[in-house]
Design a protein around this ligand. Sequence first.
Ligand SMILES: NC(=O)CC[C@H](N)C(=O)O
Length: 305
Amino acid sequence: MTSDLQGVLDEVYEAVRPIMGGGSVADYIPRLAAVNPDQFGIAVMTTDGERFAAGDAAVDFSIQSISKVFSLALVMAEDGDEIWQRVNREPSGAAFNSLAQLEYKRGIPRNPFMNAGALVVADHLLSLTPGEQSPVLEFVRAESGNPDVSVDALTAASELSHSDRNSSIAHLLRSFGNLTNDVEAVLARYVDQCAIAMTCEDLAAAGAFLARRGVRADGTRLLSSNQARRVNAVMLTSGFYDAAGEFAYRVGLPGKSGVGGGILAIVPDVCSICVWGPGLDGSGNSLTGMAALAELTARTDWSIF
Ligand SMILES: NC(=O)CC[C@H](N)C(=O)O
């Protein structure tokens, strides 16, 4: 398969070209609203370490909610199943920043990938690794092999100054006793991990431990094979908010989107894929990214279904 993979990526690029620039960039974080919407990139890293890319795969973008995969993996690596006392693993069928379910679920978020759940995971990680810097940054630097990966301070500041909604979610969690650290400290950590800037090439490499069933780039293990399988399962059921069903139907892979327009998708035992196009659909998922992954799984035998 990988012998003509470059050709397949070039075809996928051509197939999505007509819709490049479509969708709308996230405007509730002013810094993201300023991104040129006409860009599109795709990168693949195979479990053998081969890399393929097309389009704007070397351009930095804000990873946003894709960071939630790394924070969940780090919490599970450090503390096993503890996190599941504090967050469920059911699809929400709701927007990423919904707080409606939180009230009647008594402060237990539906899953770790909607903002409420990710804030609980960030809180848990903060307790495990106190300090200013989130271990997510160190982890993605190590896995991508790129020590220059960093937090875009302007994006973080931009989000922090428009964080009424996440702040409300955090306070509600705390009122139910499901946030142990200060709201401000958790929000700062969360916003920082979301504001990490990476390229498709770096992100595909950083996510490849999930294709390798938990084994890191240096050959050591972050997660057991069973834990990696479970992170992939939660990505499949909850990685796209109220479009998780649509993604399973069109693409058929575990994946995680971010409002920066990136999507990380995993083909267990084969490769990890990162696509990026800033324009979002109505559910907050990259329009071109979704289309590209649908084209890719239609041209390969990679869908898990
Ligand atoms: N879906 C996303 O990427 C959302 C992440 C963003 N930082 C937020 O909390 O709103």
